[in-house]
Design a protein around this ligand. Structure first.
Ligand code: ADP
Ligand code: MG
Length: 383
């Protein structure tokens, strides 16, 4: 593990008894909308993280302090309940998970600070949950494994934030490894690291600064279209239980007449395959071939899966023929958020300046960008 510094923002809360934990945000290189189809994803933890400082309180009182929201909360453990929309809900959700697992949770003080941009698609919420889960595991000596903590963090998000997310975000935060991506099998939770040697390139995210409200309803529609496809394939191939099990031949044979479902399922089956081949590219050190697959993912998401939007398409189309950009695609569920780009280091400044100007002119919004490095997952950084 690398040596990560305790941020200055938390130093005032640290005493001789404090444990400090860092848990990062995440990106996903390839493998979008594959998680709920029991496929693979390829995330990595980044150098933007959430930090918590915890120490025991006598009794059963929780004292929570958010640096970023400049707010403190005091509550008895027996009184915690979901407060969706409030930062404390992610912390309560994790405490609730420890209790449900039969852990005795003592009172504690917890101070939290982070530099993962909120709501930009880098999973700041998962970073919060994982930081808290890891810190409590240390504080209470509970002995949960990283995998158990990831599942508890995910359950906290489901039950206390009301967001039915997959496991990728929490897994990536907890299992990240410097300069590697994680190929996670969303069915078995088996995983393997692949090196991402960027050399003269860097990863840059462009934030559309939009979040179209279509997102959640369309997400549910996509899920049911995939289920419909699986049902149709299952009539001829009973061993197919998810699109993970399907081939393009099956998709063509069984869903051919259903134009929309066919396009949706084609994207998913191709994306799962693309991710596997992308891992081979990484092993061979062929970043150029990997980057081309990112563009192909974007095209599939935009034209076949139809979860892009004009802002995301604009940002990808604008860099597509730029020789300094070897790969770009929308990242996340869609309808807003960020694009992820692999860009030649020397050209970033110039490209950002030009793209920001164009985006402002054509889309009427300020473009935000984040340079990200791939870092280790959750760890204790001070005690
Ligand atoms: P994201 O895509 O970043 O996960 P979410 O809406 O799921 O977006 O989660 C963002 C929420 O997570 C914030 O509104 C806040 O409640 C919580 N959060 C994220 N970072 C912090 C932080 N540094 N301190 C306290 N709460 C945080
Ligand atoms: Mg979130």
């Amino acid at each position: 593990m690398r040596d990560y510094k305790i941020p200055d923002q938390l130093k005032q809360f640290i005493t001789a008894d404090t444990i400090v934990v860092r848990s990062p945000g995440r990106i996903n290189l390839i493998g979008e909308h594959t998680d709920y189809n029991e496929g693979f994803v390829l995330p990595a933890a980044i150098d933007k993280a959430v930090y918590v400082a915890v120490e025991k309180n006598p009794g059963t009182r929780l004292n929570l302090q958010s640096v970023d929201f400049n707010e403190s909360i005091e509550v008895e453990i027996r009184d915690i309940k979901p407060v969706p929309g409030h930062w404390s809900t992610y912390i309560f959700g994790v405490v609730d998970q420890f209790i449900r697992k039969g852990q005795f949770v003592t009172g504690f003080k917890l101070s939290i600070y982070g530099d993962v941009p909120l709501g930009a698609g880098l999973s700041s919420s998962a970073a919060v949950e994982c930081a808290v889960a890891f810190a409590l595991n240390e504080l209470l000596q509970s002995g949960f494994s990283r995998k158990e903590l990831a599942l508890m963090a995910q359950a906290a998000e489901h039950q206390y934030a009301g967001v039915k997310c997959g496991i990728m975000d929490q897994f990536a935060s907890l299992f990240g490894k410097k300069d590697h991506v994680i190929r996670l099998d969303c069915r078995s939770l088996e995983y393997e690291y692949f090196p991402l040697e960027l050399g003269e390139y860097v990863i840059v995210l462009f934030d559309t600064m939009v979040k179209h409200s279509l997102g959640s309803s369309e997400y549910n529609i996509r899920r049911s279209q995939c289920e419909e496809g699986v049902m149709l394939i299952g009539q001829n191939y009973p061993s197919v239980h998810s699109l993970r099990d399907a081939t393009m031949e099956m998709v063509n044979e069984c869903i051919g007449e259903f134009e929309t479902a066919h396009r949706r399922c084609k994207y998913v089956v191709e994306e799962i395959d693309r991710l596997q081949k992308g891992c081979e590219d990484l092993q061979a050190g062929d970043l150029i071939a990997f980057g081309k697959k990112m563009f192909a993912t974007h095209d599939g998401l935009s034209k076949e899966y139809e979860v892009s939007c004009k802002e995301l398409d604009y940002l990808v189309d604008n860099v597509r023929n730029n020789p300094a950009v070897i790969g770009a695609r929308m990242m996340g569920g869609g309808f807003g958020g960020c694009t992820i780009n692999i860009i030649s280091k020397d050209m970033v400044e110039e490209l950002v300046a030009k793209l920001s100007e164009d985006y402002k002119k054509d889309m009427g919004k300020e473009l935000k960008h984040y340079l990200v490095n791939i870092e280790d997952g959750t760890s204790v950084i001070g005690r």
